[in-house]
Design a protein around this ligand. Sequence first.
Ligand code: FSX
Ligand code: SF4
Ligand code: F3S
Length: 366
Amino acid sequence: MEKRESLWEKCLRKGISRRTFIKGCTGLCALMGVSVDRLAEVVEAAEAKPLPVVIWIHGHECTGCDESFIRSAAPLASDLVLSQIDLEYDHLLSAACGEPFEAHLKATMAANKGNYILAVEGATCTKDNGVYCMSGGHTFSSLLKEAAAGAMAVIAYGTCAAYGGIQAAKPNPTGSSGIGAFCGATPVVNVPGCPPIPEVMTGVVMHVALFGSLPPLDGEGRPKQFYGNRIHDTCYRRPFFDAAMFADSYDDAGAKAGWCLYKLGCRGPETYNSCGNIRWFEGLSYPIQSGAACIGCANANFWDDGVGSFSERLPKYGKLGNADKIGTAVGAAAVVGVAAHAAASVVQKGKREAIEAAESGKKESR
Ligand code: FSX
Ligand code: SF4
Ligand code: F3S
């Protein structure tokens, strides 16, 4: 295997100063969601550790995950791809194609066996021997098995790769599922979201590349630093939830005043993701800030849970709580809290309608 450069060696070759390198390492701490207390560890890894090759393959999906990744602002995806990781193969981003490209994939896998990171977007399908998802003359499921067997770690990007996503929604005609069962003994980190937040995507790949190990994971295989909170825990509308001030429709006075969207079906109380703190488009906004309820796009089965009911409030479909123990405990607490708030909101709603009626009466009499 050819000798690969460390991040520091790359900086030296490009004439980047030590000062800029250290500043970059501090930024990497934030990006990876690790404390700056670990800066010395990050610097040491960036100095000494050769950066691994990344192979990025696509199964059944919409390519929204790659579209999200290339919008990463910190670091810019172009910086990450061109200087911080060695992305040797990507179905979407690589300029090459055809037989030479497939030959390059095989050669890269062979030359870096046991040492490359495999990034996967999309579900895999198994029905009729996986014939419904093919590229380069082979089924995606066979490529996935082969590529995962030779990888040091697999990153399952997106809800499709982690859980099956829309392809696995009922009636699931292609027999699609998440990729975990196809990865053998190779460790897998799930980075759900449809798509995941770009900075979360880059943070996870940089963690694996720099430290050579997976970040700490929760019971669903998700990195705790990015999936440790529910959307509800970091939501700026939370004070309205706590005060039982809910919008009842997207164009009522409550919605206009920025009240809680729980009664419009918001899945924030059962969804673990970083949208409330990292946000999207360089921290500009996220669904709830843009006025839409969270549809739980980082949850397993969110399509089936949402069909015909994305705007139904949570207790009706009763899916609170996630699979890991902590999530279930928090979810159970949320059921109680949500039910109590729902009851309180009936009272609040009456009060609010009375106030609104009085306000409108005042306006009319002016
Ligand atoms: Fe799935 Fe990603 Fe949703 Fe799309 O690759 S998580 S359908 S945004 O594109 O896999
Ligand atoms: Fe925010 Fe939704 Fe929770 Fe309301 S229910 S506080 S809108 S996450
Ligand atoms: Fe998805 Fe909800 Fe965030 S819909 S993008 S997890 S606010």
